[in-house]
Write a protein that binds this ligand. Structure first.
Ligand SMILES: Nc1ncnc2c1ncn2[C@@H]1O[C@H](COP(=O)(O)OP(=O)(O)OP(=O)(O)O)[C@@H](O)[C@H]1O
Ligand SMILES: Cc1ncc(C[n+]2csc(CCOP(=O)(O)O)c2C)c(N)n1
Ligand SMILES: [Mg+2]
Ligand SMILES: [Mg+2]
Ligand SMILES: [Mg+2]
Length: 296
């Protein structure tokens, strides 16, 4: 939530969590758990609330879909195959449950996962926590750490569409409300040998800073190369693409030689550099995006 006087944001609180659990655990979109014979389990859990995540006019089916899609997107970002999803629903009105569950089931089915459990509670504000499990060969997992100078930086699709819908570009309403996790793309990119990957839930700029936080190199993007939301004037589109949240495309780095990757829409937007900074058109990029904040 945006507040005028910001004292703490979620990234600062993550640092505190890293004094309580192993900080390396916080470096990726999912927790990574060995499960024998060279395979890894990846697990993600994400909480969404009516007031901050479910815009007015969204159907209950779309709410269930979105809550599931955000978690499958984290699994995709590790190059993993989604397996199971559990949905915990803090329900404000009982008649909403069927639509929410059907949306979650349909999103699971679309991306090869199965809805296998969850929890149910009465709650003043509709709140949904989705938990997803996936699996990946240890040799194939992709983490946020691993970028190397000279790698290209790329994304899997247009940026800023969800935020464009929020500021009134109705043609992007469906992209905002029914995000499509890049599950097939994540697995194909992992097989192709990308060096680092994450999803862009909080906007490109914050995501680049997340990569900066766990790599020993920097990230330089060329704003003229950003895939912009259709139907938006270019300057505004660039602003939405850099700082808007809710897109759920994959952001990755890769040795240039692995491109193209069959069946994946790849937009190269920049290059990994030696200096530990995030640059846009050669200037330091503002660290701003969809960030939960607590103010005084
Ligand atoms: N309260 C917490 N306790 C332990 N680990 C946490 C906590 N919150 C986040 N993490 C871990 O920190 C890492 C990053 O989490 P974060 O929520 O920033 O990523 P994300 O789920 O990809 O982003 P978003 O929530 O915007 O979709 C993940 O590995 C997550 O499991
Ligand atoms: C009012 C409103 N603003 C933005 C969005 C897009 N959106 C959906 S999930 C998410 C981030 C990940 O969530 P979190 O970081 O809370 O896990 C974002 C930015 C929306 N649906 N509604
Ligand atoms: Mg993520
Ligand atoms: Mg999260
Ligand atoms: Mg977030």
């Amino acid at each position: 939530m945006k507040r005028r006087c910001v004292e703490v944001d979620e990234r600062a609180l993550h640092k505190m969590i890293g004094t309580i659990i192993d900080p390396e655990r916080l470096e990726d979109d999912c927790a990574v758990i060995p499960c024998g014979d060279g395979r890894l389990l990846v697990a993600s859990t994400d909480m969404l609330h009516e007031t901050t995540d479910f815009p007015a006019g969204m159907t209950d089916w779309q709410i269930g879909w979105m809550a599931t899609a955000v978690t499958l997107s984290d699994i995709a970002s590790m190059g993993a195959r989604p397996g199971q999803v559990l949905l915990a629903v803090g329900l404000d009105r009982p008649e909403r449950l069927r639509g929410i569950m059907e949306g979650a089931r349909d999103c699971c089915a679309r991306f090869g996962a199965e809805l296998v459990g969850g929890d149910l509670d009465a709650h003043g504000e509709l709140t949904i926590v989705s938990t997803g499990l996936g699996t990946v060969e240890a040799a194939q997992i992709v983490r946020r750490r691993g970028a190397r100078p000279g790698d290209i930086i790329a994304v899997t699709g247009p940026l800023g569409e969800a935020q464009a819908a929020l500021v009134g570009y109705d043609r992007h309403w469906k992209e905002l409300l029914e995000p499509q996790p890049r599950v097939r793309e994540g697995m194909a990119l992992a097989r192709a040998g990308v060096s680092a990957m994450m999803d862009i839930s909080d906007g490109l700029a914050l995501s680049l800073y997340d990569l900066l936080g766990v790599n020993d190199c920097g990230f330089s993007v060329d704003t003229a190369r950003l895939p912009l939301p259709a139907g938006v004037p270019e300057d505004e589109g660039r602003e939405l693409a850099l700082y808007g949240g809710g897109d759920f495309e994959l952001l990755f780095c890769a040795p240039p030689g692995i491109l193209p990757v069959a069946g994946v829409d790849v937009h190269v937007i920049g290059e990994v550099i030696r200096e530990r900074v995030v640059l846009a058109d050669g200037e330091p990029l503002e660290r701003r995006g969809y960030l939960h904040e607590w103010g005084g």
